[in-house]
Design a protein around this ligand. Structure first.
Ligand code: SAM
Length: 283
């Protein structure tokens, strides 16, 4: 029995349900329930919240969130082999854990959740960044969630919190910092997982701001940033040429030298440029 909830230790759960990790699903499990409870605490006060968890696997983080008092956890897991283990957790916390067997990129979770909502996940890298970008880029703000607490490869976490001028500064930094406060709150070595991945990991906590730091249209900002960083070593007058015929004038109007490179341009200036592009397109 484990100390946090009276359920069996995760190693036993994995052995009993035959949950040999599948590489194709990015399965690197956290087996230390003290660590998963710690990550759950990093998600903030979950006691008055519904929590959306993506990729619960055998349920380490799920158990942490429930033990920390989450009002309800909605867990979306692609691997049906995990369902019996998750059903045992649901039985231990009646009415507080709902599991959907599906692909988080396809499932619409909102009908199953009541605000306030927080999101917590330890996900494979490609799914994690795709979901992060979706969560950050709805046309309207504030979003459905108050905070995101997400495990990433350390290199991806660094891209989220990066400052202008650094090698890791790019699309993820701008989209994240435009609408959120962002912090790396925990670093984890490969050995924290079973099986250990090749690289270190980090947990990033993003808190949604009541409104974006600077005004801009979400779609236009995404377009500007995607083009700018697609060819990050090029001058902006070249990399953004396809955005608008008068791009050099728009760059100057936004206070950016046309010879500047995207990695030097701060968030505020990218937002000013997005506003200039929107205005020029309106005519
Ligand atoms: N949360 C568990 C933990 O911390 O031990 C498992 C983490 S493991 C890195 C990633 C989990 O996400 C696996 O259980 C995997 O099956 C699941 N997963 C992978 N792709 C998914 C997707 N598209 N939608 C939902 N779950 C997915």
């Amino acid at each position: 029995m484990s100390a946090i909830d009276g359920l069996p230790p995760l190693r036993e759960v994995i052995a009993e349900h035959g949950l040999a990790a599948k590489k194709s699903l990015g399965q690197n499990f956290l087996l230390d329930l003290n660590l998963t409870a710690k990550i759950a605490r990093l998600a903030g006060d979950v006691s008055a919240c519904d929590v959306l968890e993506i990729g619960p696997g055998p349920g380490g983080l799920t158990r942490g969130l429930l033990a920390e008092g989450a009002r309800k956890v909605l867990a979306i897991e692609k691997d049906a082999r995990c369902l019996p283990a998750l059903a045992e957790i649901a039985a231990q916390y009646p009415g507080r854990l709902e599991v959907i067997n599906g692909d988080a990129l396809e499932v619409a979770p909102l009908a199953h959740l009541m605000p306030p909502i927080r999101v917590a996940a330890n996900l494979p890298y490609n799914v994690g960044t795709e979901l992060l970008v979706r969560w950050l880029t709805p046309q309207a703000w504030p979003p459905f969630w108050q905070s995101l607490t997400l495990m990433f490869q350390r290199e991806v976490a660094q891209r989220i919190v990066a400052e202008p001028g650094s090698k890791t500064y790019g699309r993820l930094a701008i989209l994240s910092q435009w609408r959120c406060d962002v912090r790396i709150v925990l670093n984890l070595p490969p050995e924290a997982f079973s099986p250990p991945p090749k690289v270190s990991s980090a947990v990033v906590h993003l808190t949604a701001l009541p409104e974006p730091r600077f005004p801009a249209d979400a779609k236009v900002l995404q377009e500007v940033v995607a083009r700018g960083f697609n060819q990050r070593r090029k001058m902006l007058r070249a990399s953004l040429k396809g955005l608008h015929p008068d791009i050099e004038d728009l760059l100057r109007a936004a206070g950016i030298a046309p010879t500047e490179r995207a990695e030097q341009v701060p968030l505020e200036a990218f937002c000013a440029l997005a506003r200039e592009v929107s205005a020029a397109r309106r005519g």
